[in-house]
Design a protein around this ligand. Structure first.
Ligand code: NAD
Ligand code: UGA
Length: 469
């Protein structure tokens, strides 16, 4: 029986290993983590992450051939294939701070593997890492190996949160990079055989190590670039009377461009786009390519611009001040169908409104008050560095209240900002919301989810992204 161990039971490690366990009943899969509460949650009825379809998959395999454990060393020692799916955040201090990837977690995982391994292993980079990381990992492993042989593979993950289970069940592609030596090819083949249990062969791409590592950064950069491109257009639409949805539709009909990922928004969020592009920018700079670095940096700059443009619009349209006004924020997660708030645009928007002394009432169907308060109290990039986590300071964000009810959030508000595209926001009783608000009642739709014309008929003043007033 092949044994797999995955280090890191997060948004990637948990769901990807659950899918492998589901599709490969003869493989024993152990997911390990240093965080005891996280492992306890994976072993409970309340999984640590909200992801449609995940509960069912975990229930089917858990304690059959899928195990969650804090006994990292035991499972690493026993495994034939070790996936490393730890966090690789942006460095907050030292060389490359604010851009470079912090590989502390990865390096400590690699050193631990070298320490406990007693047989040859395939070590798989599942985390998103800078190109050439495998070289560094190889050095750590081989210099501490006591004769044990390690093959490093790059197998980046392309799932998106909210659709992780569908993405894993039927991936567009699985990418495996390895050394072009006989041992390297054998390792690639071994991992390919795992995925071949359910992924058609023509969707399993094999490349050299550096292409696989770089393809992941490139894919995220291209995806984010599309959003910044349409968001840049949304500013021009607002200035000219064009409608960004019509422009996106017309542009996306060109089969060379395609229609997906062209939804204008308040800005992209999530744990990866910004960090991976900053990482790409840093790699370009380190390789003496400042023009290429600047090109990709612009994707982030437009995203920051889009968020501040949104805040400016709220303030300027509400007679140039939101001081003392109640603003309801509907949606705090970085996208629908997830409770994840990492780098959510809602953080910057709320901070911007708080900067203008608004009082904010937030509702999100999946995000707790604790999480929101922590997010609003934290410094940029600190969220992925557990050691920087400060306890919530009750005075830090006192103009913020959080409710479990959209109507409660909107009651008495001067304006409503929609910051996540939750389906339920389309179906709210906006007449009721209008009746309970101060007048004039404003809606700022940061996701273009509501029918602006209908809301105008009710009496709202509606601002959508990239659309005529
Ligand atoms: P996460 O923070 O949810 O999970 C990482 C886990 O690793 C944490 O639970 C942490 O406790 C654990 N960990 C850290 N160091 C460890 C160690 N030495 N030993 C054992 N456990 C350790 O992160 P994530 O969202 O799952 O992302 C992981 C990687 O996958 C990142 O590189 C990310 O860029 C990449 N990625 C993420 C997504 C996504 O949708 N979240 C998608 C594709 C790729
Ligand atoms: C993204 C990629 O889509 C995944 O392929 C990748 O594996 C992952 O990053 C990663 O490396 O972490 P994710 O961040 O989970 O996945 O979610 P997306 O659906 O890509 O959305 C990212 C952000 O862009 C969200 O805030 C979303 O609301 C926003 N977005 C997306 C738009 O504003 N407009 C769009 O048209 C699409």
């Amino acid at each position: 029986m092949v044994k797999i161990c995955c280090i890191g039971a997060g948004y990637v490690g948990g769901p990807t290993m659950a899918m492998i366990a589901l599709k490969c009943p003869k493989i024993e899969v152990a997911v390990v983590d240093i965080s005891a509460p996280r492992i306890a949650a994976w072993n409970s009825d309340q999984l640590p992450i909200f992801e449609p379809g995940l509960d069912e998959v975990v229930k089917e395999c858990r304690d059959r051939n899928l195990f969650f454990s804090t006994n990292v060393e035991k499972h690493v020692a026993e495994a034939d294939i070790i996936f490393v799916s730890v966090n690789t955040p942006t460095k907050t201090r030292g060389l490359g701070a604010g851009k470079a990837a912090d590989l502390t977690y990865w390096e400590s995982a690699a050193r631990m593997i070298a320490d406990v391994a007693k047989s040859d292993k395939i070590v798989v980079e599942k985390s998103t890492v800078p190109v050439k990381t495998a070289e560094a990992i190889e050095k750590i492993l081989t210099h501490n190996s006591n004769g044990i042989k390690f093959q490093i593979l790059s197998n980046p993950e392309f799932l998106a949160e909210g659709t992780a289970i569908d993405d894993l069940r039927a991936p567009d592609r699985v990418l495996i990079g390895g050394r072009e030596t006989p041992e390297g090819k054998k390792a690639v083949q071994a991992l390919k055989e795992v995925y071949a249990h359910w992924v058609p062969e023509d969707r399993i791409i094999t490349t050299n190590l550096w292409s696989a590592e770089l393809s992941k950064l490139a894919a995220n950069a291209f995806l984010a670039q599309r959003i910044s491109s349409i968001n840049a257009m949304s500013a021009l639409c607002e200035a000219t009377g064009a409608n960004v949805s019509e422009v996106a539709y017309a542009v996306g009909k060109d089969s060379r461009i395609g229609s997906k990922f062209l939804n204008a928004s308040v800005g992209f969020g999530g744990s990866c786009f910004q960090k991976d592009i900053l990482n790409l920018v840093y790699i370009c700079e380190c390789n003496g390519l400042p023009e290429v670095a600047n090109y990709w940096k612009q994707v982030i700059k437009i995203n920051d611009y889009q968020k501040s443009r949104f805040v400016n619009r709220v303030v300027s349209s509400m007679f140039n001040t939101v001081s003392g006004k109640k603003i309801a924020v509907l949606g705090f997660a970085f996208k629908k169908d997830t409770g994840d708030t990492r780098e959510t645009p809602a953080i910057d928007v709320c901070k911007g409104l708080l900067g203008d002394k608004a009082s904010i009432s937030i509702y999100d169907p999946q995000v707790t008050e604790d999480q929101i308060q922590r997010d609003l109290a934290m410094n940029k990039f600190d969220w992925d560095h557990p050691i920087h986590m400060q306890p919530v300071s009750p005075t830090a964000v006192k103009q913020v209240s959080v409710t479990w009810d959209a109507y409660e959030a909107a009651k008495g508000a001067h304006g409503v900002c929609i910051l996540t595209e939750w389906d339920e926001f389309k179906k709210l009783d906006y007449e009721r919301i209008y009746d309970s608000m101060q007048k004039p009642a404003f809606i700022f739709d940061g996701r273009n989810v509501v029918d602006a014309e209908k809301l105008r008929e009710i009496g709202f003043i509606v601002y959508s992204i990239g659309k005529p007033l």
